[in-house]
Design a protein around this ligand. Structure first.
Ligand code: ADP
Ligand code: MG
Length: 480
């Protein structure tokens, strides 16, 4: 096997020990003081923050691929918008999955009920994040890992990462390198989408509702959004409520307005509702249904949520499928190139063939259920055991995906309670591009690319979720 390529680092490493210890401590304080922080899971207190895990100096990423990902985002926004509005496609694609996956079935059930009752609001707000790994076996060209249509997070904190790492680079005497660190406007881009949706609702007193978990560990990221909206548009109030609270307090008005106490809700921004634990009882499902029926503009609405499932991603990657949603052949080609192999595990001829393929060469694949939030996938050699535990029908809840193999970079991962001085480690980075789209089935009113995030994990780790505690926030150093 050829050795795994290592991307050139932005500055010569290692950093001399005394300088390293000093700059690391400054960077940690910078992070806390600028809200690049989270609540501790181990020592939870609503009154204190830890800095969010971060990479000390920016990790290298190929410039060409970064630009490509940004350029593609408006096409991906439009694609997802069209998918979300294709009832027939969603229904057939998810038909086998919902027979065995209760959570997706519950979401689908909400969708069907809303379809039967009529949508209270034709407009949807999509705040998407398309995630990529560079694939080293194809000249580091990017491959899409997944697309998030609900609770696409870290736009707030990621906006602080380039300033944090620029501070470190200046401290280390590398001002000349700052030009390769792209600015990030994720926070203003995403919040701009919420404000635009609020304006389209045309009720000056209506509020934006953040649907939150019972405990928000990623509080800073959420507050960045809230505080940005409050600062830019002080006339727009932001409420935070759990699904359980919405069930207790929420009511629909005569014209399907969603009321929480005295407040009418213009925009609903879901930062919860994407995993089964967020719905401890039927009450939370009832709350979701009520919101979906309402006139409020949802981010996402239920059909956008379903369009973001892994099963839909798998279906979209099948030959000729993009033609259903995109008319321009150039765009079809460009989007097709970022897909990697995705295979159905339904009980069909093709599904059974992918099952056999996974048993034979498991190290080539990742096995994914219809879940979000990290830590749910099965990798490589663990796949055969996992698959053998399922019957033919149960497999339909999963999809199989080619393993993307990103190039390695070297750097320092700084974590609360980590070693001092930190050690140089092998890292791989996942790029996320945010997109905003607002429209209804016939018209798109806004469609733009809205900044990026980079998160980086140890090259030996399968997953790098920051909220899940494995990855670290980062920003790209663009290599020509
Ligand atoms: P989730 O909805 O849980 O975020 P993802 O599809 O993003 O699910 O998978 C979680 C993580 O697993 C990704 O962030 C990435 O690190 C890793 N991963 C997922 N798919 C692949 C793949 N095809 N090749 C390599 N790593 C992958
Ligand atoms: Mg993910």
């Amino acid at each position: 096997m050829s050795p795994i390529p290592v991307l050139e680092s932005c500055i010569p490493l290692p950093i001399e020990e005394r300088t390293l210890v000093e700059v690391t401590q400054k960077a940690k304080d910078w992070a806390i003081m600028h809200g690049a922080a989270m609540r501790s899971k181990a020592n939870f207190s609503p009154d204190s923050l830890n800095f969010a895990p971060f990479i000390l100096v920016p990790s290298s990423f190929p410039r060409k691929e970064f630009e490509k990902a940004k350029h593609l985002q408006t096409i991906i926004n439009q694609l997802m918008h069209n998918v979300a509005h294709d009832e027939e496609f969603l229904t057939t694609t998810l038909a086998e999955t919902i027979k065995v996956d209760d959570f997706t079935a519950n979401l689908f059930n909400v969708y069907k009920k809303v379809l039967a009752n009529g949508f209270g609001q034709a407009l949807s707000l999509g705040l998407l994040r398309s995630d990529y790994l560079a694939h080293m076996f194809e000249d580091n060209s990017i491959k899409q890992v997944e697309i998030n249509t609900i609770a696409s997070s870290f736009g707030g904190i990621s906006t602080q990462m380039m300033p944090l790492q620029s501070f470190v680079m200046r401290e280390l005497g590398h001002v000349d390198k700052l030009k390769n660190m792209p600015e990030n406007t994720a926070l203003s881009g995403i919040c701009g989408g919420m404000i635009k949706a609020w304006e389209l609702y045309e009720k000056p007193k209506a509020v934006i509702l953040f649907v939150i978990e019972d405990v928000s560990y990623n509080i800073c990221d959420q507050r960045f959004h809230e505080f940005y909206i409050r600062e830019q548009s002080p006339h727009i109030h932001v409420l935070r409520r759990t699904l359980t609270e919405i069930h207790k307090e929420g009511k629909l008005g005569p014209n399907k307005e969603l009321f929480l106490g005295e407040y009418e809700v213009a925009v609903i921004y879901f930062r919860a509702g994407y995993e089964p634990a967020h719905y401890p009882s039927q009450d939370e499902w009832d709350a979701r249904y009520m919101m979906e029926c309402s006139r409020a503009i949802k981010c996402p609405s239920i059909h956008y949520h379903l369009a973001g499932t892994k099963k839909v991603q798998q279906a979209l990657a099948q030959p000729e499928m993009l033609e259903r949603f995109i008319s321009d052949p150039e765009k079809i080609k460009a989007v097709g190139q970022i897909f990697t192999g995705l295979y159905s595990l339904d009980d069909s001829e093709a599904g059974n063939a992918s099952y056999e393929m996974a048993l034979k060469e498991p190290e080539r694949f990742v096995l994914k259920p219809q879940r979000e939030g990290g830590g749910n996938n099965v990798y490589g050699v663990d796949i055969p055991d996992a698959l053998r535990k399922m019957n033919r029908l149960e497999r339909a809840a999963w999809i199989l995906m080619d393993l993307i193999q990103p190039p390695i970079s070297k750097g320092y991962m700084i974590r609360p309670g980590g070693k001092s001085p930190p050690e140089i480690v092998d890292l791989v980075s996942e790029l996320g591009i945010f997109g905003v789209i607002i429209g209804d089935v016939d018209n798109i009113i806004w469609n733009y690319q809205a900044g990026h995030m980079l998160r980086t994990k140890l090259s030996t780790a399968n997953e790098g979720g920051v909220a899940a505690g494995l990855g670290a926030l980062d920003s790209p150093y663009l290599l020509d």
